[in-house]
Every structure is written in structure tokens, then in C-alpha cells.
Design a binder for this molecule. Structure first.
Ligand SMILES: *Cc1c(COP(=O)(O)O)cnc(C)c1O
Length: 364
């Protein structure tokens, strides 16, 4: 069987060992004679899957007591609204940093529920960097302060978190959760669609501090949106994405075996260094993001022309390197190298970068 190096921005590659274990357990999980997909979400066997997934995630991220872990549906996109609906109930004001496509999406959705204050934006700079902020612009009365730790489309990441004092920091961590070490204690709320680094599409990981739960009016808030109801029922208010949570459990257990997030971050840094070094060395390709804020996960770059971009994408495809076409607003290429992308995949891409450049130089 031929597997490709899949640089998709998400859903993305899964570790081979995870797929293999899912295959082994497909017809009968834990001696039950049934697939996890066929199992009641109220069964003991399934409840243990949710518990194990949570325990592994807690261990991996060092999630302190006083935080709840939820496995929800609706994607990170639903959290754009849900976070604001749950947290924006005090002063009704919120601070946001606009660092890219998903950050601006979060701003639009949350703006329907809170009085929106955009503290800083790098839109004018083509989102090539994380915007500079001035802490004097932060609103001390805001109910929360929202950032997007890794900007999937433009390929940037925060290297420093804003100091928001007593205002809870909320992070959309969809594209770099479990890829870099974070001190969860610095955040009030973290959310992430699972399909990049934490499993498959259909599950949304939410990590929320206890004191931020129960702030919504239960008479007005639909139960499925209320963190309180979801937390009290242990993510089992209704039928969750049962198989997706199982896949998250497998991904978490696999990452634990590899040595955890710190070990993974080291590998991710090596992978990113390999590709950025090749692009910096290249006279043909140009990296998109400013060096100080380059993402470890999503590497964006361009050939000199759109025709060059298309030819390179095609060249890579023929070598088993797929899904590197950039997002439409950025063009060029985007190589997404989440945890499951092996170093060998990045080395193969680097070889393509060098070969393609040599081939093009011969033409001129
Ligand atoms: C992929 C992504 C999203 C969208 O996630 P869905 O689960 O599809 O809603 C939001 N934010 C970031 C940073 C992303 O990378």
C-alpha cells in the first residue's frame, strides 16, 4: 500500500500506528464484539474511553485541577460564538487580536454577542506577522481577551503571550495544540478543532477554567451551548462524536508514548528548521511569514509566479507530496506539518524544493 506525505492543513495526517490500532480494534473493541461506532455512549466501556481520553490530555498538557476538559461538536468555528456566549456575560465587552483568517472569523462571530474591541490587527501587513500590541489599549473591564495562537492560513504564531492580568486569556489553539508546550494555567479557555493535531474532524477540544463555567443565563442559553451543562454531564449531555473521541484517545496515547508534548515540540522545531532553511537558501522560493513569527506547523511560501506555484505543486504531487497548495487569499504554497508528519516527509519536500529550483534555473 502506497501512503503519501499529506501536507493538508486539516483534516490532516494521522500517525500510522494510530490507524493501525483503529484497524485492529475496528470489529471488536475491548472484547465487546462490537465496534466503538456501534457502542452506546452510556456504556461502561465507552465512558472509559472518554475518561481515558481526558486523562491522557490532562497528562500531556499538564492541565491543572480547576479546569474542565470537554469533547464537543461544532468545530472551532462554533467556539467562535460559544466562547463569547458563555464568557461575555459580565461587562459584555471583549478584547480580540486580529492575526489572520480565523482570528477575523472569531471576531465576526463573537461580535454578535459581545461589544467587540480589536486591540491590534496585522491585516494591513497581509497577516505576515503577529500584530504588535500596546498593553495600554487592553480593557481591564473586558470579560475575556481572545487570541489565535497559530495562524493556519498565513503561517504565523505567537512567540509571546499578551499579559492580560485578571482578564481571562482565551485561545483558539486549533492548529498547534499538542505541538508546542503551553502553560495551561495562563489561559481561561482553550479550544481546538481536533482534526489537525488532536484526532479527527467532529470533535472539538475545550479546556475551561472552573470559574468561567456557569456565567450564562440557563433560561436563555440553549443547553448544548452552555459550558455548565456540558461540563456537568462530562461531555455526555447528548450523543457525542463517539468514534472521534476514541480516535483522540488513540492520538493522545500515541503522543504519550513518543515522550509527550515537549518531545514533540523538539521534533516540530527540527522539521520547521529544515524547511525554512531550504526556503531561506533558495533564490527561487520566498517564504511568506516574517521570520520572527514563523509558524512551526504551517509553512507558507511562493514561487516567483502563480505558474511557478502550480508547476511546483504538480512536481511535488508526482513525488507523493500532496496538499501543499496555499489558501486562496495567500496563494503560493502552504506545507502543513502537524505532529503526525514524519521528518522524512519534510526531507522529501526539501529535496523537491532544491530539485525544482535547479530545474527552473536551467531554463533561464
Ligand atoms: C482549522 C481552524 C479553525 C476551524 O476549525 P473547524 O473545526 O473547522 O471549525 C479555526 N481556527 C483555527 C486556528 C484553525 O486552524
Amino acid at each position: 500500500m502506497q501512503r503519501v506525505y499529506n501536507f493538508s492543513p486539516g483534516p490532516s495526517m494521522l500517525p500510522y500506528e494510530v490507524l493501525e490500532r483503529a484497524q485492529k480494534e475496528l470489529f471488536s473493541y475491548g472484547g465487546s464484539g462490537m465496534s466503538v461506532m456501534e457502542m452506546s455512549h452510556r456504556s461502561k466501556l465507552y465512558e472509559d474511553i472518554v475518561k481515558n481520553a481526558e486523562a491522557s490530555l490532562r497528562a500531556l498538557m499538564g492541565i491543572p485541577d480547576g479546569y474542565r476538559v470537554l469533547f464537543l461538536q461544532g468545530g472551532a468555528t462554533m467556539q467562535f460564538a460559544q466562547a463569547a456566549m458563555n464568557l461575555g456575560t459580565g461587562s459584555g465587552k471583549a478584547d480580540y487580536i486580529d492575526s489572520g483568517n480565523f482570528a477575523s472569523g472569531a471576531i465576526k462571530e463573537a461580535g454578535k454577542f459581545v461589544k467587540m474591541h480589536v486591540v491590534a490587527s496585522s491585516k494591513e501587513a497581509g497577516y505576515r506577522r503577529i500584530p504588535a500590541w500596546d498593553a495600554a489599549d487592553f480593557d481591564a473591564e473586558a470579560d475575556f481577551f481572545h487570541i489565535t495562537t497559530n495562524n493556519t492560513v498565513y503561517g504565523t504564531r505567537y512567540t509571546q503571550l499578551p499579559e492580560t492580568g485578571s482578564v481571562p486569556l482565551v485561545a483558539d489553539m486549533s492548529s498547534n495544540i499538542l505541538a508546542e508546550v503551553y502553560d495551561v494555567g495562563k489561559f481561561g479557555l482553550i479550544y481546538a478543532g481536533a482534526q489537525k493535531n488532536a484526532g479527527i474532524a467532529g470533535v472539538t477540544v475545550v479546556i475551561v477554567r472552573d470559574d468561567l463555567i456557569g456565567k450564562a443565563d440557563p433560561g436563555k442559553m440553549p443547553r448544548m451551548f452552555d459550558y455548565k451543562e456540558l461540563a456537568e454531564t462530562g461531555s455526555l449531555l447528548n450523543t457525542p462524536c463517539t468514534y472521534g473521541i476514541y480516535m483522540s484517545m488513540l492520538v493522545f496515547e500515541h503522543l504519550k508514548k513518543l515522550g509527550g508534548v515537549a518531545a514533540m515540540e523538539k521534533i516540530n522545531r527540527e522539521k520547521a528548521k529544515l524547511l525554512y532553511a531550504a526556503l531561506d537558501d533558495s533564490a527561487y522560493f520566498t517564504p511568506y511569514a516574517e521570520p520572527a513569527h514563523r509558524s512551526l506547523m504551517n509553512v507558507t511560501f511562493h514561487a516567483p509566479t502563480p505558474e511557478g506555484d502550480a508547476a511546483f505543486v504538480k512536481y511535488c504531487q508526482a513525488k507523493g507530496i500532496v496538499n501543499i497548495k496555499g489558501y486562496r487569499t495567500v496563494g503560493g504554497m502552504r506545507a502543513s506539518m502537524y505532529n503526525a508528519m514524519p521528518v522524512e516527509g519534510v526531507e522529501a519536500l526539501v529535496r523537491c524544493v532544491k530539485e525544482f529550483e535547479a530545474k527552473e534555473q536551467k531554463h533561464v
